[in-house]
Ligand binder design. Structure first.
Ligand code: NI
Length: 246
């Protein structure tokens, strides 16, 4: 159930039976020459929407712009500075708490958001600590591609081609959602280079086409459907445990 497609009386009656909500967050950044700019947000929200349907849990609007500073030498990328992202997430959490939501599962599609998300959770808890009575809030962060079963299936389907940016699992998932955008042409070099990098200029110099260590040409809509199904299964189980925990 998507919050954006609900009315306020529907959210009010939902809150009478559940205090759980899912918040998808992604990024708006280049994903190599064949991957979509919206990949991280598209993946996070696709997983979130299906988990929300399965568990009859509300899904808040996707935060589609994240912390993507190191992608800014590629057109189309957009970034929030970490302090802005922290403030956006804190204000969104406080908005949800104000209505009585007390369990917020954040489904994240971009590794570069993780540290700031954890900082935003801590900042929000400190702000709530100053209130009396103290509103209840539990948060949980899940990076959809890092779960054991998704990881295992990714390794089985793509092996050495995964790499660490513009990876076949995330690219395949977006192609499952938008098969008309699937572009599995071979890239040169087949597997992108991989190394540490230091900021946006250095990123573009080391990884001229935007990929890191990956070969997204092995992705397909079909493998994307399998990855999506695995992610939804695994996150739905984790979400159920989180939402019903003592
Ligand atoms: Ni990504």
């Amino acid at each position: 159930m998507r919050m954006q497609l609900a009315t306020w009386p529907e959210v009010e009656s939902y809150l009478a039976r559940s205090r759980a909500v899912i918040l998808p967050i992604g990024s708006t950044e280049q994903h190599g020459p064949t991957g979509l700019i919206g990949t991280d947000a598209l993946c996070a929200e696709a997983v979130a929407w299906q988990v929300g349907e399965r568990l009859s849990t509300l899904v808040a609007p996707t935060l589609a712009v994240g912390m993507a500073q190191h992608h800014m030498r590629f057109p189309g990328s957009m970034t929030l500075r970490p302090s802005t992202l922290l403030a956006v997430v804190r204000d969104c959490l406080l908005s949800l708490v104000r209505h009585g939501f007390a369990r917020v599962l954040v489904i994240n599609g971009h590794g570069g958001n993780s540290a700031t998300l954890q900082a935003a959770f801590a900042e929000t808890q400190m702000e709530l600590d100053a209130l009396a009575p103290r509103p209840e809030l539990r948060t949980r962060l899940l990076n959809w591609w890092e779960l054991p079963e998704v990881d295992r299936l990714s390794a089985e389907l793509f092996g050495e081609a995964i790499g660490s940016h513009a990876t076949p699992p995330e690219v395949a998932l977006t192609w499952a959602l938008h098969p008309e955008r699937a572009d599995p042409r071979p890239l040169e070099p087949r597997r992108a280079p991989s190394s540490p990098f230091f900021g946006a200029d250095d990123f573009r110099r080391r990884f001229p086409d935007g990929r890191i260590g990956s070969d997204p040409s092995v992705a397909s809509p079909e493998t994307g459907r399998r990855i999506l199904a695995a992610a939804v299964d695994e996150i739905a189980q984790a979400a159920e445990r989180f939402f019903s925990a003592e």
